[in-house]
Design a protein around this ligand. Structure first.
Ligand code: CO
Length: 211
């Protein structure tokens, strides 16, 4: 059996198992989606949002991209954010990075990954530049890379706070709470590294005064 056929077969089994456990399971889920959390994570196959948080379908609204970046003109990310904040009324947005992130590793090399990937990874190089003093002071390459993973998550939380979507929701609804977490591939544990409560002030340059 081919790999993709196995996926379809396993899906049938999973569906049957769910119904056996709870006959109303799909009926209930199909009627309503009320997740309280938006998860912005890395596309890495080893960091699936639901499994590592032991949550069920319906609990987390998910967006994933390489190295969990919040880019201010990424229509995909912004649509997900807008929908999650203004229609699903999520209370929390979690940016979740992970140690050993291939995107972060790639960004600190000088290798040419060609047009599109160079463009995407550039944002991570920018994070390094902003925090160059701290990062250049770390001699151990793995420790340096791990710290960049944490700082990248922190910068992406800042990037969320810079959007009018978040600023308007903070002003009108005192939500969502922003979190920056890092997942450890080696121990399976999530580590909170940064947070921003609703209404937190950021660099005034980014604060809209006529929302
Ligand atoms: Co990654």
């Amino acid at each position: 059996m081919k790999r993709f056929e196995k996926l379809l077969q396993e899906n049938k089994k999973w569906s049957a198992d769910q119904i056996a456990k709870d006959p109303e399971y799909f009926k209930r889920l199909a009627q309503l989606q009320t997740p309280e959390v938006l998860w912005i994570g890395c596309s890495d196959s080893r960091v699936p949002a639901n499994q590592i948080t032991n949550t069920e379908p319906g609990e987390i609204f998910v967006h994933r991209n390489i190295a969990n970046l919040v880019i201010n003109n990424d229509v995909n990310l912004l649509s997900v954010l807008d929908f999650a904040v203004n229609h699903l009324h999520v209370k929390h947005v979690i940016v979740c990075g992970h140690y050993g992130c291939g995107g972060v590793k790639a960004a600190i090399t000088n290798h040419d990954f060609k047009a599109v990937l160079n463009m995407w990874l550039r944002s991570i190089k920018d994070v390094y530049r902003i925090h160059r003093t701290e990062l250049d002071g770390i001699a151990d390459p793995e420790k340096k890379e791990n710290r960049l993973v944490e700082l990248n998550v922190q910068e992406q939380v800042f990037n969320l706070a810079k959007t009018s979507i978040i600023q308007r929701a903070w002003q009108n609804n005192q939500r969502p709470h922003l979190h920056g977490w890092v997942y450890g591939l080696k121990d399976g544990l999530l580590k909170p590294v940064y947070e921003m409560k609703p209404g937190t002030h950021i660099d005034p340059l980014y604060e809209y005064d006529d929302l």
